[in-house]
Design a protein around this ligand. Structure first.
Ligand code: HEC
Length: 371
């Protein structure tokens, strides 16, 4: 990986900036900037399309998330087509009726209560008219431009806004090694405004395009036409090129140290993961079975075929069951093998038919915990 790490900070003599070595933005994230990624008419003459073998990927993350709601637990959303500090919803027919404004003043530095909308980091907040009760998140990912809000770690609730919990499978854009990529709200279409200190903290993504294996393509779910190569100001940056997604230049976050880290999401309210076909939040799944009893049962024979760690393809044909990390899925598979089993190996069907419902629950709970 060629990404620049944060240590370049000292080496490059940027210690002049007090922010060096920390997560301070050195003032680059000028939140009063009027930059808009909606209305800009930046020249696109320096934009070229990507080679077919570009180096992006997608990562999925099943995690418990905490998202912003009002005090009654009704979900709040942001709209990608808004300009920082200003809603574009009134300009779109039917928008205001479908996405009513959240107007309750919130007394916190990161909220702005001036104007018709209450904003979080200058992102106007909305309700979704089809959410009927607390816990509904039907507005999330609508047209891929409406999103729930995941405040940064350490966010504390106020008398006006609360956090609700749910399980969510998030699929977001990464490089091919699974390192998260971010967009910057203060950029313009196909134009980066991140230089100097900003670039140290948010290294430009222009990673190994063209010199990776030809076999690596664009993952399913992404359209190659959405990616472009843009030019950066070579006088101000070591990087003269950058990859953009739908016109939004892409960056790493220096404080992400491993694939799977997403520490940059919502930093300063202007840095965001790019969610691709995110699936909605569901309430946490009810847990089933007893893991310890399931473990005991597993080692009475299942391990002979599936391996002690659940990683042996049984009789050379089953999938690696340790990779199924959801107990309900294992239960559904075992129940099918027990009650029907059509088309499945008779060895496994025989085993499953000997399992009680309780054993299935316990085994499912255990198998879901296998790393
Ligand atoms: C004699 C070898 C054998 C034993 C013992 C065995 N399995 Fe299997 N298991 C298989 C085979 C073969 C398959 C693949 C079935 C198919 O897809 O045709 C399988 C499939 C499965 C699957 C579904 C995975 C998939 O392919 O979708 C689960 C879950 C599973 N076994 C769990 C268990 C558990 C739990 C036990 C112990 C109670 C167990 N197995 C014991 C051979 C075995």
């Amino acid at each position: 990986m060629k990404r620049k790490l944060f240590s370049v900070c000292a080496a490059a003599g940027i210690a002049l900036f007090s922010g060096c070595g920390g997560t301070s933005d050195g003032g680059y994230a000028n939140s009063s900037s009027s930059a808009s990624n909606v209305s800009s008419t930046a020249s696109t003459s320096s934009v070229s399309s990507l080679p077919a073998n570009m180096s992006v990927g997608l990562s999925s993350l099943q995690r418990e998330v905490r998202y912003l709601t009002d005090t009654a637990g009704m979900s709040l959303y942001t709209f990608d087509k808004d300009t920082l500090g200003m809603s574009n919803c009134p300009n779109i027919e039917g928008c205001e009726a479908t996405w009513p404004a959240f107007t309750t003043p919130v007394v916190r530095d990161d909220f702005d209560t001036a104007g018709a909308y209450t904003s979080y980091y200058q992102h106007p907040l909305y309700y979704f008219s089809k959410d009927a009760q607390p816990g509904d998140v039907k507005g999330d990912d609508v047209k891929q431009v409406w999103h729930l809000v995941y405040p940064l770690k350490g966010f504390t609730e106020t008398d006006e806004v609360k956090l609700s919990a749910g399980n969510r499978k998030q699929t977001y854009l990464t490089d091919k090694e699974g390192n998260a990529l971010y967009t910057f709200d203060n950029d313009d279409v196909n134009v980066s405004n991140c230089y100097g200190m900003c670039e140290q903290i948010w290294p430009v993504f222009y990673d190994a395009v063209g010199d990776i294996a030809d076999t690596y393509g664009i993952p399913a779910g992404l359209d190659p036409k959405d990616f472009t190569i843009i030019e950066r100001d070579a006088d101000r940056s070591e990087q003269d090129k950058q990859i953009a997604y739908k016109g939004q230049p892409l960056y790493y976050f220096a404080n992400d140290t491993a694939a799977g880290d997403t520490n940059g999401d919502w930093v300063k309210g202007v840095w965001h993961l790019i969610e691709i076909n995110a699936t909605s939040v569901e309430p946490p799944k009810q847990s089933i079975g007893d893991v310890a009893k399931g473990e005991t049962r597993f080692f009475k024979g299942c391990n002979n075929c599936h391996g002690d760690d659940g990683r042996t393809p049984a009789l050379g044909i089953s999938r690696v069951i340790a990779e199924i990390d959801d107990a309900q899925t294992v239960k559904a598979l075992l129940t099918y093998l027990k009650n029907d089993g059509a088309g499945k190996s008779s060895f496994m069907v025989d085993v499953a038919q000997g399992l009680s419902d309780e054993e299935i629950d316990n085994l499912s709970a255990f198998i879901a915990t296998l790393p």
